[in-house]
Structures are given as structure tokens and as C-alpha cells.
Write a protein that binds this ligand. Structure first.
Ligand code: 13P
Ligand code: SF4
Length: 425
């Protein structure tokens, strides 16, 4: 009989981190986040303590896990909704009621007010956002609490507050003759609830990779400059596409006075970029694009905007995970598409579209190792808990944080030109 460990080991042998081949529960006992984090990460306080997966669930084989998850779903019925991000492994995606990008999943949480419990198969900031937007009676569960996001950890609340103090000391808070305040804070969805709340309190807003341009337009109407965190690449790629020159996008290094900038650089700034990045998307290079074009003349190259600017510039298109999904789905049969994003999504798209050639730009298999920590073992454990009346791994955002964070999220929703669309099953 196939065991869960066999299943995990049977995934592609060539990975960027061999630790990924082991059961994700080994991380339960490791302080911090383990290999999902880069060495530059600031580990937030308090550190998210991993929930310990009972050994019985670690030993269960695929068939038993499937039977348990299916039975629990059946028992819980409409009281339960399972959300899955596109980067989740297939063994988890198969159980999701909705699969989508981070924006669609936030929306899916909103559009299922009848569900008592939202089980979020994604990473911590996504589950927090669902809790902020959910009704008070709803609860949100993250099956493995060690599923964080190393990029989100690169901007902690204290460092952003310290940055803000320096910017306020330099520019004050008074609007200019056009009514524009000196700085508008914009946080990427990939950030803690505390930073979304910071934006809510300080006239700022949240964006996702699918609406960053609209959000920056909103911010430029109201502010002379933007402080964009934590992802420098999404900020730079979006502002550059809007015509902001690179000289007007200084980087803020939280370890340095004035972020390592001269006062004049900050005076001239249109977008101040936080020194954060995604370790998965940072792996993509222009050399990979050159190789793909060489090997497949006419290939269409599509990358996520978390990729570095030279990669986005060399690609044919850039967009969110859902943009990529749609582009592949709508491409003509016979198309060849090279994709710059996380491997679970790319492999799924390739399998779903056998009439097209879809491959990852990076020849080394590099999953988002924190997304990967959601394993069917954890899903079965939290669902069994619900059936038994025990809530495991609940994510709760304090109401005083949630209230301010909701302000920033609602500004984002209000800034969007069209009504929200639901995520697909
Ligand atoms: P999307 O908003 O495109 O789903 O991206 C989320 C993410 O974490 C990408 O790394
Ligand atoms: Fe975070 Fe990168 Fe993983 Fe997205 S792919 S969740 S940004 S670490």
C-alpha cells in the first residue's frame, strides 16, 4: 500500500531543496519557518508556533487520508468551505471547493457567508485576510500553522513603523495645494494583518498582484509618493509600467538610517520600495528566457510580477496566478508557453492542457516550500477535529487590528473598476 511518505518522495527528484522530499511535519519541531524562509528574514514576534501533527496522521496512507477527508466533508456539508491557492499541491487541490489567486480567495471567503468554517489551504497571510473579511461567527483554519510566507516576513510592523516615523519627520503629514498627502502606504496582500492595519490607520491601502496598477493609481491621486511593501519587485514592475522612472524608486533598507537613502532621494521619490522579495520568483532569470526562446522559437513567455524587473521586461506578459491560468487556458491548441511562477501551478496547467506545451522557465523544480507544508495529513487532522467538535489551528486576528486592516482592504475593493468575480471550483 502507498504511504504518505512514499507519495511525497515520489514527487520530482530534482528539487531546489531536498528537505522538501520529507514529510512537512518535520518542520513542526523546528524553530522559525525552516527552508521556506531566506536567511534575511525577520522572524515575526510572536513566532507562529507550528501545530503538531499527531504521529498517527503522519503514518496514514493515501487511501485512509482520502477516506477521512471525504467523510468529514460529507458530514460537515455546507457548514464547511475549503479554499485552495493555485500553488497548493494536487493532493490538496482535489479537496478544495474554490481554487484561486490570493484576491479571488479573499473574495471566496466573502461570498460563502453560510459556511461556519473556512479551511484555508494556502499560507498564513491569506488565512488572516479571510478572518478579517469573514463574518464574526465564521472561523478560519490554516491546516499547518508553519505555512507562512517568507516574503511577508520581510516587513515586520516595528520596522515599517520606524520607517514611517522617519518619513513623517521629513515630510510631515499636511497635504499639498492639490490635496495630496506626502506619503501613502501600500501593502501587498502578502503581509501580516498588522501591516494591513497600519495602512488602514495611515490613509493607505492593500493591493494584490492582480490589481496593483489600479491601487497605485488610487494612491497617486491621493499622495505625492507611495511607500510600497514588502515586495520590491511587484512595486517596481508595476510603477515602471506606469511610467515612473527608476531613479524615482529608491529602495528602503530597514537596517539603515533613512533606509540607506539621502534626504534628496526621498524628496524626489514617487515610490519608495521596501527591500523584500519572494525566494521562489527570485530564481527566474533572463538567461532562462533566452534558453526557452532558443529552444522553442515563437514561445510565449509569461511571468508573475514578483519576478525581478529584467525578467518581467524580457517576458512577453506578466500577471497574477489567475492571469497566467487564463492565458494558458485561452491559448490556441499547439501553443508553446514558458511560465515563470511556482511549479505546482505550472505542472497542473501542463496536465490540464495536453494540447499545448506548457513548461516552467526554471529547469530546477522549486515549489513554494511553505505552501507545500499543507499536506493531506494536516487537512484530515483539522477536518476530523471539526467533526469531533474540536477546532484545530484556528487563525484569529484581534478585532482592533482587524478593524483597521478591513479599512485598507475595503479601500482596495472600492478602488477596483468592476465588481468582484467568484473563484472557480
Ligand atoms: P497571486 O495573488 O497571484 O495568487 O500571488 C500570490 C503569491 O503569493 C505569489 O507568490
Ligand atoms: Fe510567499 Fe513567494 Fe510562497 Fe508566494 S511563492 S507565498 S510570495 S514565498
Amino acid at each position: 500500500m502507498t504511504s504518505v511518505n512514499d507519495l511525497v518522495v515520489a514527487r520530482p527528484a530534482e528539487t531546489c531543496d531536498t528537505d522538501l522530499a520529507e514529510g512537512p511535519w518535520v518542520f513542526d519541531t523546528v524553530p522559525g519557518y525552516g527552508p521556506g524562509s531566506s536567511e534575511l528574514d525577520v522572524i515575526p514576534e510572536p513566532v507562529i508556533r507550528p501545530g503538531q501533527l499527531p504521529p498517527a496522521y503522519q503514518r496514514m496512507d493515501e487511501a485512509e487520508l482520502h477516506a477521512r477527508i471525504a467523510a468529514a466533508k460529507e458530514t460537515l456539508g455546507e457548514r464547511l468551505v475549503i479554499l485552495g491557492h493555485f500553488y497548493q499541491r494536487d493532493e490538496v487541490v482535489r479537496y478544495a471547493d474554490f481554487v484561486g489567486d490570493s484576491f479571488q480567495l479573499a473574495n471566496a471567503a466573502l461570498t460563502r457567508p453560510d459556511a461556519e468554517t473556512i479551511v484555508f489551504c494556502g499560507v498564513h497571510f491569506m488565512a488572516e485576510t479571510a478572518d478579517i473579511l469573514a463574518r464574526e461567527e465564521q472561523r478560519v483554519i490554516l491546516p499547518n500553522l508553519a505555512a507562512g510566507c517568507s516574503m511577508a516576513d520581510m516587513a515586520d510592523e516595528a520596522s515599517v513603523e520606524a520607517c514611517w516615523e522617519q518619513l513623517v519627520a521629513r515630510f510631515g503629514t499636511e497635504p499639498d495645494a492639490d490635496g495630496r498627502v506626502p506619503v501613502i502606504p501600500v501593502t501587498y496582500m502578502n503581509s501580516s494583518a498588522a501591516l494591513k492595519a497600519f495602512c488602514g490607520r495611515n490613509g493607505g491601502i492593500v493591493c494584490t498582484s492582480s490589481n496593483a496598477r489600479t491601487v497605485l493609481e488610487w494612491a497617486f491621486e491621493r499622495g505625492q509618493r507611495v511607500l510600497f511593501f514588502p515586495d520590491q519587485h511587484l512595486g517596481r514592475n508595476t510603477a515602471k509600467a506606469m511610467g515612473v522612472p527608476l531613479e524615482e524608486m529608491p529602495m528602503w533598507n530597514p537596517r539603515k538610517e533613512l533606509g540607506g537613502n539621502s534626504p534628496e532621494q526621498l524628496d524626489d521619490a514617487r515610490v519608495i520600495l521596501w527591500h523584500g522579495f519572494c525566494s521562489v520568483h527570485k530564481r527566474f532569470t533572463t538567461a532562462q528566457i533566452d534558453a526557452a526562446r532558443e529552444e522553442h522559437p515563437g514561445v510565449r513567455v509569461i511571468v508573475h510580477p514578483e519576478c525581478p524587473m529584467p525578467v518581467v521586461d524580457a517576458a512577453d506578459e506578466t500577471g497574477s496566478t489567475d492571469y497566467i491560468r487564463r492565458a494558458v487556458a485561452e491559448a490556441a491548441p499547439g501553443s508553446v508557453l514558458a511560465i515563470g511562477t511556482e511549479i505546482n501551478l505550472v505542472n497542473r496547467l501542463a496536465a490540464e492542457h495536453p494540447d499545448k506545451t506548457v513548461f516552467c522557465l526554471d529547469p530546477v523544480i522549486c515549489p513554494c516550500s511553505t505552501m507545500y507544508r499543507i499536506h493531506p495529513g494536516y487537512l484530515a487532522w483539522v477536518l476530523d477535529g471539526l467533526v469531533e467538535g474540536e477546532v484545530r489551528n484556528e487563525i484569529t486576528v484581534d478585532e482592533h487590528v482587524a478593524r483597521d486592516a478591513r479599512v485598507a482592504l475595503e479601500r482596495m475593493l472600492a478602488a477596483l473598476p468592476q465588481p468582484l468575480t467568484g473563484a472557480r471550483a
